[in-house]
Design a binder for this molecule. Structure first.
Ligand code: HEC
Length: 111
């Protein structure tokens, strides 16, 4: 019995890995989001309601992001702590990686 199960296990293992031989190809076929795309979609969902898709909307007194001259670190501080009418975004953006791609996105809106 044990031997049968072991052979079955080997068989299944072989079907999964050595059988097709193109496991890595399949991964390439599913393109994952680039950092730039991720930054843009996070921005659309979390920021565009006040700042607008192009950064210029200025709803609820939001700053025009195309005119902003802040450094990455200054932006990061505002995103984490908020500023006046802008709420803190750290929890919404979840992690530093997301914060960084959003920062790159809003800098790309500058002229
Ligand atoms: C509820 C509306 C609102 C949302 C949502 C919002 N902001 Fe803001 N944001 C503001 C307001 C208002 C200010 C101006 C704060 C001040 O200086 O008084 C501002 C300022 C900023 C600044 C500073 C610009 C400068 O040069 O002083 C940056 C950068 C910024 N927001 C980025 C973002 C990003 C990125 C997001 C999304 C993760 C976001 N904001 C979401 C309202 C918002």
């Amino acid at each position: 019995m044990v031997l049968t199960r072991f052979l079955l296990f080997l068989f299944v293992l072989c079907l999964g890995s050595c059988g097709t031989g193109n496991a890595s190809k399949n991964e390439e076929a599913l393109p994952s989001e680039t950092p730039a795309e991720k930054g843009a979609s996070l921005y659309t969902v979390n920021c565009a309601s006040c700042h607008g898709e192009d950064g210029k909307l200025g709803a609820s007194g939001a700053k025009d992001l195309t005119l902003s001259k802040l450094s990455d670190n200054q932006i990061k501080t505002i995103l984490k702590k908020g500023k006046n009418a802008m709420p803190p975004m750290a929890d919404i953006l979840e992690n530093n990686e997301n914060i960084d791609v959003v920062i790159q996105h809003i800098k790309s809106l500058r002229k």
